[in-house]
Design a protein around this ligand. Structure first.
Ligand code: MN
Ligand code: MN
Length: 458
């Protein structure tokens, strides 16, 4: 265990600058990786730059993999798996760090656009666990893809550049909020009130829905698609606020999407530096964690198994048993954020078993709710192994539980990896205001997570 609880106090002389430099990169990463698609692209860009090769190229050329080789799998443009082949036979297991790159947000419905009383609006359906009122009155950006009728794939990114317009969900003025404020926070703004304002200027000589007509005209001119194309689009609404340093001491980061792109970033930084490991290292960047790891880029799909199967095959002598052994004998850090202790909401935490931002990476033996339901609950033998790895690498770490018993809870991808027999534990930094449009992390925790993941994969 480290000398001090607080990770800043455990930094060596040259490390403080490393923490600051790493977080500069982190802020840049957050600003370009605001959706799973954008994160996928950025991760693959950095992977290629660092010698990772697309597995499809190797499969096509029937190239064999050897120790030290670096290969990635692009899953539907929404998830990525990066392997560094080890010198040990792959059926002796992999060292895996798995994060997710989707974050809570608002998605546009398939028929989003309408006009009401002079306002053009977009209907949304929230994605993941969202406190809806937090999305009102903040600047919003729209990202995603649309296909027009001629089959052209059009990428939309509006709201992050200084010159871009932004969008907004309105809230009722306080002066008229007697009824609204007497409701519960859950009902003050409901799902069907999460409508994004996109326009207020009518098209001349248009009789009906002239504001909407004007928006459609602008869309056609600028993006070359029509109203009907929304039906086959994937458009996501996220905070338009850029990631910023937080605090006079600049010790924290305030940004959208840190659950779980903080772990994705730390995992990426770690695997890029893994060279010639004994056991094959694998970094997973999954989609759809926030809605139960479903879909063909989520961890509940066969994405992971298939990717490992391809790699086992490229390592030579493929058979199903070798694949199953590789999965069974793997060791996994399920890299996801933990709930940071918030003194303003002390009742929701057990002080003795909470994560504190600034106290390093957290090991969550279990997550879940109502008696550990839906949790992986790591084995003591494995926890002991992980402790040794972290202590040897001088990682400041803490243990944590996701809040007080029966105050709620949550799940991660951990149990989905443990079903093969792999040893798995949840491990990641704590954040404040988790799932809000602007989460808070500690720079030193990001650094300790990176150090922890690197030591684990090496
Ligand atoms: Mn998460
Ligand atoms: Mn989450």
């Amino acid at each position: 265990m480290s000398k001090n609880k607080n990770a800043w106090l455990n930094l060596k002389d040259d490390e403080k600058q490393k923490v600051m430099d790493l977080n500069k990169k982190y802020i840049d990463f957050l600003n370009v990786s605001r959706t799973e698609r954008l994160a996928n692209r950025e991760i693959i860009r950095q992977a290629k730059e660092n010698g990772f090769v697309d597995i499809e190229d190797l499969i096509a050329k029937k190239t064999q993999l050897k120790a030290g080789d670096r290969v990635y799998v692009d899953q539907k443009g929404k998830a990525v798996l990066m392997f560094v082949i080890g010198s040990d036979p792959i059926d002796e297991g992999l060292n895996i760090v798995g994060a997710h790159i989707d974050s809570p947000r608002l998605d546009l419905k398939q028929n989003p656009l309408y006009e009401s009383d002079g306002l053009a609006m977009l209907k949304t359906h929230y994605y993941g666990g969202v406190k809806k009122y937090q999305y009102a009155t903040i600047p919003l950006a729209i990202h995603g893809i649309v296909f027009n009728k001629s089959g052209e794939k059009i990428e939309i990114n509006i709201g992050l550049d200084e010159d871009d317009p932004v969008f907004c969900v309105s809230d009722l003025l306080i002066h008229l909020s007697k009824d609204q404020l007497s409701k519960s926070m859950n009902d003050g703004i409901t799902g069907e009130m999460m409508n994004v304002i996109v326009g207020n200027m009518p098209l001349k000589d248009e009789e009906k829905d002239a504001v909407k007509a004007n928006i459609l005209k602008l869309i056609k001119e600028k993006y070359n698609f029509e109203e009907e194309d929304f039906k086959v689009a994937e458009l996501e609404v996220v905070s338009a606020t850029k990631a910023r340093e937080l605090g006079l001491d600049r010790s924290m980061v305030l940004a959208y999407g840190q659950d779980d792109r903080i772990c994705a970033f730390a995992t990426l930084e770690a695997i890029l530096e893994v060279k010639n490991p004994k056991r094959t290292a694998l970094a997973i960047f999954a989609d759809k964690e926030e809605i139960g790891s479903v879909g063909n880029a989520g961890m509940d799909s066969h994405m992971f198994e298939n990717a490992v199967a391809e790699v086992v095959n490229l390592c030579g002598d493929y058979c199903h048993l070798r694949l199953m052994r590789a999965l069974r004998d793997s060791k996994v850090l399920s890299a996801d954020v933990s709930a940071g202790y918030d003194p303003d909401f002390a009742y929701a935490f057990d002080k003795l078993n909470s994560a504190y931002i600034g106290n390093g990476v957290c090991i969550n033996k279990y997550t879940g709710s109502r008696g550990k339901g839906g949790s992986n609950d790591a084995n003591a033998e494995f926890l002991n192994e992980v402790r040794k790895v972290f202590d040897d690498a001088e990682v400041t770490w803490q243990t944590a539980e996701l809040g007080a018993v029966d105050q709620g809870g949550g799940g991660t991808i951990a149990l989905l990896l443990s079903k093969y027999g792999a040893e798995v534990v949840d491990c990641g930094p704590a954040v404040l205001s988790m799932h809000s449009p602007h989460e808070i992390s500690s720079k030193v925790d990001t650094y300790m997570s990176y150090k922890a993941y690197k030591a684990f994969m090496e």
